[in-house]
Write a protein that binds this ligand. Structure first.
Ligand SMILES: [Fe+2]
Length: 447
């Protein structure tokens, strides 16, 4: 009886002592391991401004790792490929928060051969990642495929995972995945970033990821005012450093043989970015131009007008006849041309196609508008875009893999709008809210 009493006393005491730091969080959101240890995790590829001959890898460990390294070799079907490997020392920086203290490491692999399969791994000489494969793009190929994803943001473990995996299954040879902002919901929550990385697993280790910064990547004070960008953004991502001054890793462009992809930060500094966008579009010699940012030129949901984006950037998108504008933020789907401007006149000549999409689980009510040629509510989607010489083919897939929207753009005479042709889809009906189940995520944020 005495020993039973002792056990009954010790068990609650032990439980109290061993409670992890996340004890104040609701148990349903702690789904993955997020504490770092000496083994590399959160491994992610991205590109420099010249993706044909270089790529960048970042990863995380705990603070005991003092000699972070990456190794790379040209791939070979024999397991002896590592005899030709080269070793590169990482640049490391620390990030401490209430959940964990960690080191984030980065290596830029440069002077690579185009169209070549490489194997690489990261570690510290004791603990290594698996050997991972990445193929550099062809320097002259006229064909390029990429994936575009709207907001992931919520339920990353339980519901966004199927979107990112189905996207990879649909386009395994994509040159990159583009995230149009709001990758997570709370910019400083380590467990949300863990869910984001875990859901994608080896995809982020094999295919370069590019991202626009959303409002949810900002830190906010108690009044809801943005006070700065999440420290996770800087250490996890290393995007090309070719944007306007002071917007490193937030505004940049990447050149592929047939594409200039321009990414902007739609949260602030609109005029500075407009000046840079004007120059970057003016100096472009690529056949196709895609621009991506988080806040849409015209909102797909009620009461969410982004006037600074509309007034500062849309005139330039029109002037240079940008082919495709890929956006997020409104947690619905809308695709169309002829965006209304100013006093209500419709642009008939620009030909720019605008898209708002969502791939996560948070859903808002759509506000149908005249410019929308295809729209959806309450539907998780991902998009695959393929450029081939004078043609651009766009397909939007539901998270369970059916084509919901599709069109082709064809280049015509220089200076004239593209010719748009609708393509067949597998889901004919327009998907709207039909569920009686309340969506707990459905209350829109303001900015
Ligand atoms: Fe969002």
């Amino acid at each position: 009886m005495k020993s039973l009493l002792l056990i009954l006393t010790i068990i609650p005491l032990f439980t109290l002592i061993s409670q992890p730091k996340h004890k104040n969080l609701p148990p349903e959101i702690i789904q993955v391991r997020y504490q770092p240890d000496p083994r590399p995790d959160r491994i992610l590829l991205t590109v420099t401004s010249d993706p044909v001959t270089s790529f960048t890898v970042t990863w995380r460990t705990d603070t005991t790792v003092t000699n972070a390294l990456a190794e790379i070799a040209v791939s070979d079907p024999s397991p002896d490929f590592d005899e030709q490997k080269t070793r590169h020392k990482a640049i490391s920086s620390s990030l401490n928060n209430e959940f964990a203290s960690a080191l984030y490491h980065r290596v830029d692999f440069r002077d690579l051969k185009p169209a070549t399969h490489y194997v690489y791994r990261v570690g510290d000489g004791t603990y290594w990642s698996e050997w991972l494969q990445h193929r550099t793009p062809d320097a002259i190929s006229r064909k390029l495929t990429f994936v575009y994803l709207g907001d992931a943001q919520n339920n990353l473990h339980s519901l966004w995972s199927r979107s990112i995996r189905e996207a990879y299954r649909t386009a395994p040879n994509a040159a990159f995945f583009l995230h149009a902002g709001d990758l997570i919901n709370h910019s400083q929550n380590d467990y949300e970033w863990s869910e984001w990385f875990n859901a994608a697993s080896f995809i982020f280790r094999s295919v370069p990821q590019l991202a626009a910064i959303g409002n949810h990547e900002y830190i906010k004070n108690l009044e809801g005012t943005k006070t700065g960008i999440s420290p996770f953004w800087d250490v996890q991502f290393n995007f090309p450093q070719n944007g306007p001054t002071g917007l490193s890793d937030q505004s940049y462009y990447v050149d592929y043989p047939t594409l200039r992809l321009i990414v902007l930060n739609s949260n602030e500094k609109y005029e500075e970015q407009a000046h840079w966008l004007d120059q970057t579009l003016h100096n472009n010699d690529k056949k196709w131009v895609v621009v991506s940012f988080h806040h849409p030129v015209v909102s797909a949901a009620r009461g969410r007008l982004n006037e600074s984006v509309l007034s500062n950037w849309k005139p330039l998108l029109d002037k240079y006849k940008v082919d495709l504008v890929l956006q997020g933020h409104d947690h619905t789907y809308a695709r169309g041309q002829n965006i209304v401007t100013g006093a209500g006149e419709y642009e008939k000549e620009s030909g720019t196609v605008y898209v708002v999409s969502v791939c996560g689980a948070k859903m808002y009510e759509l506000t149908p508008q005249e410019w929308m040629d295809r729209k959806a509510e309450n539907t998780q989607l991902f998009q695959v875009v393929t450029l081939d010489q004078d043609q651009l083919e766009y397909k939007s897939y539901t998270a369970d893999g059916n084509i919901y929207d599709a069109f082709r753009l064809v280049k015509t005479v220089e200076g004239q709008p593209n010719k748009l042709t609708e393509l067949p889809v597998e889901v004919q009906q327009e998907l709207r809210f039909e569920t009686t189940k309340p969506n707990s995520n459905q209350l829109p944020d303001k900015n």
